[in-house]
Write a new protein. Structure first.
Length: 278
């Protein structure tokens, strides 16, 4: 899997946290026994003391922070990532206050992921980087787990292929098209689903009997997010610069224009959250 720096993860976290669909997040907390409406299994209310959360692509612990609520320190947080440095950072930030198990693992080898005993599997900004085969394998494992302890899936911030800039630029559409093509490259987990990830994941989960809810979770970026916007512009330009349909000079002009307006314009990047419960 392609690595992400701690700097980038720190930069995007505030936008991620604001973007998450509030209703789905609350329902995930309820499922963990942390909300106002406790989830029931066979008529028994679930409590945090019984819960293991397996966070795939955990990074520095952003999902743990997003689901922080009274009682969340009673959960077992099983953080799984291919990058040991990110896991080390998560331990530094949360190891003294949370019950954490860290696993460095290849996320593409789904059969070896430590899902045993999980009440909830979580992932943030992950499945648009994953292949259809990986997603299907994970859904198959989750479905098989229902014969034991029931396990749900909370998958937030899946990129949906939409980006809108203000002020607009004539090359926005061409750049977005090339970027969405780049999003389907192999990111280390097979040919990536990119913007199709949320639809593919939701369909696969419904097919095996999960109750699936979806919600929009767009980044709403303004001049207050100028540092993130600048990094986003530079990242998009780098990703599409070798695309056959992109003219190098027009791309340079697009990048100059976008950077000029980073502190005064706005940008909306579409994402979709998914909550699937058995």
């Amino acid at each position: 899997m392609s690595g992400f720096s701690i700097t980038w993860l720190n930069l995007r976290e505030a936008a991620d946290q604001c973007a998450r669909d509030a209703m789905l997040k609350q329902h995930a907390l309820d499922w963990l026994g942390l909300g106002t409406s406790a989830a029931l299994v066979n008529g028994i209310a679930l409590t945090p003391q019984q819960a293991i959360v397996v966070d795939l692509g955990a990074g520095t612990g952003a999902t743990l922070r997003a689901l922080s609520a009274p009682g969340s320190q009673q959960l077992v947080w099983r953080l799984v990532d291919s990058d040991g440095d990110l896991l080390d950072e998560a331990i530094v930030r949360h190891g003294k206050h949370y019950r954490i198990e860290d696993y460095q693992a290849d996320l593409a080898i789904v059969g070896e992921l430590p899902l045993g005993g999980a009440r909830l599997v979580t992932a943030s900004a992950l499945f648009d980087l994953a292949s259809a085969a990986m997603v299907d394998a994970l859904v198959t494992r989750l479905a098989a787990m229902r014969s034991g302890w029931p396990c749900g899936l909370y998958a937030a911030l899946n990129y949906d292929g939409t980006t809108e800039w203000l002020p607009a630029h004539p090359y926005d559409i061409a750049v977005l098209s090339a970027f969405n093509q780049d999003q389907r490259r192999d990111k280390g987990m097979g040919p990536a689903l990119g913007p199709a990830a949320a639809d593919h994941l939701a369909t696969a989960l419904r097919r095996v009997g999960f109750t699936v809810q979806t919600g929009n979770s767009p980044w709403q970026l303004s001049g207050d997010d100028a540092a993130l916007v600048q990094e986003l512009i530079n990242g998009i330009a780098a990703a599409v610069q070798t695309a056959p349909a992109i003219d190098a000079e027009r791309l340079r002009e697009w990048r100059r224009f976008r950077l000029t307006h980073a502190a005064t314009g706005s940008c909306t990047v579409g994402h979709i959250d998914i909550l699937a419960l058995p």
